[in-house]
Design a protein around this ligand. Structure first.
Ligand code: PDD
Length: 279
């Protein structure tokens, strides 16, 4: 039977519940990670742990569980499931306190983790996307659970028959509502640099590593809206999506309106890396 982890205990999800005064529920006062598992192996665990640590530091929290403990928790969750490809969701809040903005009154963080199957849903065939104002806050480098703006942005995309909203701040692309972005333009790949407006994606960093290894020209440079609309290929990356080609942007075809030749090449390299890592 698949189990979840909550504050030191493994249990069926129906039996897991948190206090209504948990600051995660009241304020969205917490951070999270999504960590992919391929062939039952945790992918890029150390990199996810480093980002977790950074997110916690940025919200003035210390990790209530060590990486070693988390690894063992994740292994138990994975083993309680049949699927080979899963995504672990880890959620840490500042815990229960009186409803008061003051963070110093909370002293027992809540730690929740679950694992779910990864379902690919033909994403490799390409997705449609829209552009939208980046309506989020200034701390997008924190993987915060406070996700209302991202939820609304995904809904706006869905209303227009699209899977993702590509976000634009002051004329420049930041990322997707729940993904990082790469474009192919004039024989180069571009991705926006890491700033406080971009989540430092683990898949983004791995793709950069692969592009550099294979000497595919890459620029970590701001992408203007004009560059985006002239791009011959647009890719979105995330731990569960991996590398997904965008085939239509705001109703216009990207390139030929199919996953592009460079995406095909790069996706093979990525899948090969994954196979070697997870076998
Ligand atoms: N989202 N940017 C944003 C805003 C994200 O929410 C995500 C991932 C990414 C990609 O990061 P990574 O490669 O580490 O998954 C970029 C996860 C999957 C989610 O919220 O479900």
């Amino acid at each position: 039977m698949s189990l979840v982890y909550l504050n030191g205990e493994f249990k069926p999800i129906e039996e897991a519940s948190v206090n209504v005064l948990d600051r995660g529920f009241i304020f969205g006062d917490g951070i999270y990670e999504v960590i992919p598992v391929f062939n039952r192996k945790i992918f890029r665990f150390d990199e996810h742990m480093r980002r977790l640590e950074t997110s916690l530091n940025k919200i003035y929290m210390k990790s209530p569980v060590s990486s070693k403990e988390l690894f063992s928790i994740f292994e138990q969750l994975i083993n309680s499931m049949e699927e080979y490809d899963q995504s672990i969701y880890l959620h840490i809040t500042r815990g229960v306190s009186d409803r008061d903005h003051d963070i110093s009154i909370a002293n027992e963080p809540t730690v929740f983790a679950m694992s779910r199957p990864i379902r690919k849903n033909n994403l490799y065939l390409g997705v449609k996307a829209i552009t939208h104002d980046d309506i989020r806050w200034q701390y997008c480098d924190i993987k915060a659970t406070t996700l209302l703006s991202s939820v609304l942005l995904r809904h706006k995309a869905k209303e227009e028959g699209s899977r993702e909203a590509i976000l634009v701040r002051d004329g420049f692309v930041t990322e997707g509502a729940a993904s990082n972005i790469f474009i192919h333009l004039d024989d180069k790949i571009y991705t926006p640099p890491k700033t406080n407006h971009v989540l430092p994606g683990i898949t983004r960093d791995l793709l950069i590593e692969i592009l550099l290894d294979y000497k595919i020209p890459l620029k970590e440079e701001a992408i203007s809206v004009d560059m985006l609309s002239s791009a011959s290929e647009i890719w979105l990356t995330s731990s569960t999506w991996e590398i997904v080609p965008v085939v239509e942007l705001n109703g216009n075809l990207v390139g030929e309106g199919n996953p592009g030749p460079l995406w095909k090449e790069v996706n093979i390299l990525y899948q090969e890396f994954k196979r070697n890592y997870c076998n």
